[in-house]
Design a protein around this ligand. Structure first.
Ligand SMILES: Nc1nc2c(ncn2[C@@H]2O[C@H](COP(=O)(O)O[C@H]3[C@@H](O)[C@H](n4cnc5c(=O)[nH]c(N)nc54)O[C@@H]3COP(=O)(O)O)[C@@H](O)[C@H]2O)c(=O)[nH]1
Length: 773
């Protein structure tokens, strides 16, 4: 028990004794005193009356009244209340009883005497004695009752204040606990301080209490209460003393944001009065909000992958640089960099690897540019450097330096890959006077550099013209599709064993009203870029199936129809539904349709490819890998893909008879195909040597100008009809078309008369063929 409680207990005991005594004795004492004085008053009055009566007798009989005992006794017996037991006595001067009227009177008694005078001289005394017993009894009863109530009151009174205090303390404790639990569960740090005013508005804050968050987040320790905040926090609050002091002065809360350098965190501090000269600070950790605000700002102005400036910031900086260049009479070069070969790396090694490379490229560029230059990433594999220079040739030097630093070998995922770059340069003020124009022109120049095999290219007005030409071409192609201006030429594929045509490859051409016959090299790339390849590719599938049905219905000897499927069409298009619906609509045997996909396209996304190829294979169509050898050539993938044929790229065929390494590659590809139970076709067979070389190595199929150039439909039909038998083609095919003479001789190596010069060969002079692949 503390001192306070002890004092309270002592004082309340004293008060309780006092009150209990009053309660115990008060009624009895009051009763006694009041009864006593009442009785006494009555005795006085009665004694007076009796004395007067007796005096009458005395005055009437002055010498002999003492002998009138009977009369005197009668007088003494005259009382207002006869029931009250009394003793009444009359004494003479010698104190001898002259007359007496006596009832039995219980002690204790009360008496009153009254003198009887005669001529101013006392001649006798009357005494009345009455019992005080009834009063004493009542008083005793009251005293007993009072004591009981007094003792009870004593205990009650003695405990009541302590109980009240305990109740108050309990309420306080509960409210303290509530406050504590709120205080401690606050997610903000709450610290209480005693303020010691210093000189010139300075204040010293002495920490008095902290909640747990203050410890974990702000770094206060449990031993810190009692210490000055400046001492604990190495003075980080010092700059805010003025604000803190103003809270006491103005009685108004203040808030400010501060950084805790030791903990690398940001806090919003709200200072408010906590009663008297106490202050409290609410410390809210806003590090996460601050970081996400910074992150948002970074996202708005910086590229999230490399940390370089983004397009928005680049344009802003470029505008500023133009302003400076105008004032200082210097040139600004905008160098638009696009990586060469990045897409293949990204597609084959995955996006993570691609990202890793982009980060390394940005690091190399950062090391290469000057501090005052601007370096940005526009997205994908496009970077831009903005540099000021004074001499004309300097922009070229900068580009060369950039190329030197970017181009080379990159290590990624334990492999080494080579990367180059193409740079387009536009120059202020010659090529534009706004950031947007300079950037657009540098982009155009970059395309030109890329089309010329990399390196760098300065912007020229005619490049812009070329861009417009491309836009025009895209427009014309879309219109051509609507107007059905596309058509096929068919290049036969020869079965090397029999010399018969085993398949034809349908090759798209555009019959442009303005340009005439346009070859696919001119438009397929652009169609891929713009996405036109999706409807165009669908047209190819549907047209090929429709042709197969037409030929079937016309009774032509059927061969496989091979069509080229572009990478974008395979990955992004709904190839399965397009092929299956085209097959169904035309009711043709799916085995007559072969889809040619390039190696690079197949390994873009192996999982997706496996799924799509599996579905296509379920339709029973054939699948071949085009341009084999030029891409990744992964045997692992080949093993898992459901493919039927490999087509060796014509680049290897061209040099195979003359160069040992190309020969070795062709040998290897044929070997792989045989080992995997795949058929192998050689593309671009142009000479007799090539044909003999391939035949000697058991290549299954041969395709190339040596045998046939791509043929229009009519000569193809003639060739197909003539192979194996000498029957004429169905009449309706010949009726409307003019055919050249068909030379019905075997081509070398099947006939010694065939010229080896591909230039000699025309679409109208096919060899006669025997057998099939
Ligand atoms: N996505 C699609 N791509 C298509 C389609 N049709 C064609 N193409 C692709 O366009 C590229 C160029 O095709 P093209 O000008 O038709 O040339 C083909 C042949 O003419 C040519 N070839 C055939 N033999 C020889 C030869 O002996 N020498 C030689 N120099 N060239 C020859 O090769 C082209 C066919 O190549 P490939 O497809 O790899 O078998 C071309 O990449 C076509 O793929 C289409 O409908 N969709």
């Amino acid at each position: 028990m503390d001192d306070e409680r002890r004092t309270i207990r002592r004082n309340t005991t004293l008060v309780a004794i006092l009150v209990a005594s009053i309660v115990a004795l008060g009624p009895a004492a009051t009763h006694f005193v009041m009864s006593y004085s009442h009785i006494r008053g009555m005795l006085e009055a009665e004694a007076e009356i009796n004395a007067r009566l007796v005096r009458g007798l005395v005055l009437a009989n002055p010498g002999l009244w003492q002998f009138e005992e009977v009369r005197l006794k009668e007088l003494l017996q005259k009382r207002p209340r006869q029931k009250t037991h009394e003793i009444r006595r009359l004494y003479d001067l010698k104190k001898k009883v002259v007359a007496e009227s006596a009832d039995p009177v219980l002690p204790p008694t009360i008496s009153y005497s009254c003198d009887i005078q005669d001529g101013g001289r006392t001649v006798a005394t009357i005494e009345i004695v009455r019992s005080l017993a009834p009063t004493a009894t009542t008083t005793a009863l009251l005293l007993t009752l009072g004591l009981v109530v007094g003792i009870f009151s004593f205990f009650k009174l003695r405990m009541a204040p302590l109980r009240t205090i305990e109740a108050v303390q309990r309420v306080l404790r509960e409210s303290e606990e509530k406050y504590r639990s709120v205080y401690e569960s606050l997610k903000e740090g709450l610290a209480l301080y005693r303020v010691i005013p210093g000189e010139e508005g300075e204040v010293e804050l002495i920490l008095t209490d902290i909640n747990p968050v203050c410890e974990t987040v702000f770094g206060f320790g449990s031993r810190d209460p009692g210490r000055s905040i400046d001492e604990i926090c190495d003075g980080i609050f010092a700059p805010y003393h003025g604000k803190i002091a103003s809270v006491l002065r103005n009685n108004k809360d203040v808030s400010f944001e501060m950084q805790h350098p030791g903990r690398d965190r940001f806090f919003t501090v709200t200072v408010f009065r906590a009663g008297g000269d106490r202050l409290a600070t609410l410390l809210e950790d806003v590090t996460a909000e601050k970081r996400s605000a910074e992150q948002l700002e970074r996202l708005a102005y910086y590229d999230s992958l490399t940390g370089l400036l983004n397009r928005r910031m680049l344009l802003d900086r470029l505008e500023q640089t133009i302003g400076v260049a105008q004032r200082e009479q210097v040139n600004v070069a905008v160098l638009f960099i696009d990586l060469d070969g990045f897409k293949v790396i990204n597609d084959t090694l995955g996006h993570e690897a691609g990202d890793q490379i982009l980060i390394e490229v940005s690091e190399r560029l950062q090391r290469s540019v000057r501090k005052r230059d601007t370096l940005a990433r526009l997205g994908g594999d496009e970077f831009v450097v903005v540099s000021t220079y004074d001499k004309e040739q300097n922009a070229g030097y900068i580009a060369k330096n950039l190329l030197k630093c970017i181009s080379g070998v990159y290590g990624v995922r334990g492999r080494e890959v080579y990367l180059g770059a193409s740079i387009g340069i536009s120059v202020f003020p010659d090529d534009g006077d706004s950031s947007e124009v300079l950037l657009k022109n540098a982009d155009i120049a970059m395309y030109s550099a890329k089309n010329h095999g990399g390196d760098f290219c300065f912007y020229r007005a005619e490049l812009n013209q070329r861009l417009h030409q491309r836009m025009q071409l895209d427009f014309d192609l879309r219109r051509a599709l609507e107007k059905d201006e596309f058509f096929f030429e068919y290049q036969p594929i020869i079965d090397a064993r029999t010399g018969r045509i085993s398949a034809v490859e349908a090759l798209i051409r555009w019959n442009s009203p303005e340009k005439g016959r346009v070859m696919p090299d001119v438009f397929i790339g652009l169609a891929e870029e713009t996405g036109l390849i999706l409807p165009l590719g669908e047209w190819v599938v549907r047209k090929a199936c429709a042709k197969l049905r037409e030929w079937q219905e016309a009774g032509l000897p059927l061969v496989r129809m091979c069509i080229n499927i572009s990478g974008r069409q395979f990955m992004q298009g709904d190839i399965y539904n397009v092929v299956s619906s085209a097959l169904k609509e035309n009711g043709i045997d799916p085995r007559y349709l072969e889809l040619e996909l390039t190696e690079t396209c197949l390994i873009q996304n192996v999982e997706e490819t496996t799924k799509k190829l599996g579905m296509l294979k379920e339709l029973n169509v054939s699948i071949s890998v085009d341009d084999f050898g030029t891409g990744y050539s992964s045997l692992q993938y080949l093993k898992n893909f459901p493919i039927d044929r490999l087509k060796i790229d014509r680049g290897f065929i061209k040099n195979a008879p003359h160069f040992a390494n190309h020969r070795a590659i062709v040998d290897a590809i044929i070997g792989i195909a045989k080992a995997m139970d795949l058929k192998v076709i050689a593309e671009g067979v142009e000479t007799v040597e090539q044909a003999e070389f391939l035949k000697a190595r058991n290549c299954d199929g041969l395709q190339g100008y040596y045998f046939y150039r791509p043929l229009a439909e009519e000569p193809l039909v003639v060739v197909l009809c003539s192979q194996g038998d000498e029957e004429a083609p169905p009449s309706h095919f010949l009726a409307t078309r003019v055919l050249g003479p068909i030379e019905n001789t075997l081509p070398a190596p099947f006939s010694a008369t065939r010229s080896a010069d591909p230039a000699d060969k025309q679409a109208s002079d096919p060899p006669s063929v025997v057998g099939g692949e």
